[in-house]
Design a protein around this ligand. Structure first.
Ligand code: HEC
Ligand code: HEC
Length: 254
């Protein structure tokens, strides 16, 4: 790192900037070379080999390793551009941390920042923080407020609900709900997406679309994101953000 860049990084955003720079160098050199794509069998084996997670210990990891500084105190990200992790499936969180660690998820400098963080974690810390996030209620703020501030019109809602629940056979799009659950609650390594921050949701769909995010074991997300137009992606992101807002809906989802 150049001294000038280091100076700016320290003054502006110490944790994030220093880690982004460290992560970029780290991942671009070594991670891509070593990353092995999963098969369903190797993924299940890797998840089974992780120690049992403890939510209380995971909270200490979340606070002690600065996860809270970006993903929020109770896992609700304070910026719409970064993912919330509250209420996430334990297996999905664990898979992401393993993917960042190996460099399999390596789509941009933000992902590389997670690579440096995940490489500092022990398998026990990965299991614990995954258990902690799964124990938290699904995200409700502030992304939900943004969704509420611009609710979908009746026509938009109708269009989105059809896509989400029935899919679109003419475009070979499978209903999102068939994997992510009727309320966006997820299952196993399929993530919960209800209440997810909109900017992150849209960004990650575009990254699947372009093939830059390619850590999906079944490659289904890259296919669906390519068949969905950008306008539908944006509507769906707003729809799922709004699903995180209603405590009743989320209670039913569990
Ligand atoms: C400096 C900010 C920052 C810190 C600190 C941080 N993260 Fe992240 N995290 C991000 C960003 C940004 C992303 C999205 C990266 C991308 O697009 O791949 C992310 C992504 C993730 C994801 C994937 C979420 C999803 O829905 O796919 C998980 C899980 C995660 N972080 C867990 C952690 C844990 C656990 C810690 C602490 C040990 C941590 N993060 C610390 C910024 C941070
Ligand atoms: C065949 C099952 C399946 C279907 C159908 C499906 N998904 Fe997914 N989706 C997945 C899996 C599995 C992942 C996790 C992939 C990985 O490991 O990165 C995922 C990941 C995602 C993510 C990233 C979440 C995060 O936190 O980073 C978003 C957003 C998403 N899906 C949205 C959708 C939308 C919108 C639809 C409907 C158009 C949809 N998915 C349909 C299986 C599916």
């Amino acid at each position: 790192m150049k001294p000038a860049a280091f100076f700016v990084a320290r003054r502006v955003l110490p944790v994030a900037a220093a880690l982004i720079t460290a992560g970029a160098a780290h991942a671009s050199e070594s991670a891509q070379r070593t990353a092995q794509p999963w098969t369903p069998v190797t993924l299940q084996t890797a998840l089974k080999e992780l120690p049992k997670g403890n939510a209380a210990a995971g909270q200490k990891v979340h606070d002690g390793m600065m996860c809270a500084s970006c993903h929020g105190t109770a896992g609700n990200a304070s910026t719409l551009n970064w993912p919330s992790v509250a209420g996430q499936r334990a297996d999905y969180t664990a898979k992401m941390l393993l993917d960042y660690r190996s460099g399999l998820r390596d789509e941009d400098p933000r992902a590389r920042l997670m690579t440096s963080i995940a490489r500092m974690m022990t398998p026990q810390q990965i299991a614990d923080v995954s258990a902690y996030y799964a124990s938290l209620p699904k995200p409700v703020a502030p992304q939900a407020q943004a969704a509420l501030a611009a609710p979908l019109s009746a026509a938009e809602l109708q269009r989105v609900e059809r896509l989400v629940r029935k899919g679109d056979p003419s475009r070979l799009i499978t209903a999102c709900a068939s994997c992510h659950g009727l309320h966006g609650e997820g299952k196993g390594t399929t993530p919960a997406i209800a209440g997810q921050t909109t900017d992150y949701f849209i960004r990650t769909m575009r990254l699947y679309h372009g093939g830059t995010r390619h850590n999906d074991v079944y490659k289904s997300m890259s296919q669906f994101s390519q068949r969905l137009g950008d306008a539908d992606t944006v509507l769906i992101a707003r729809y799922y953000a709004s699903l995180g807002t209603s405590p009743q809906k989320m209670a039913k989802a569990d």
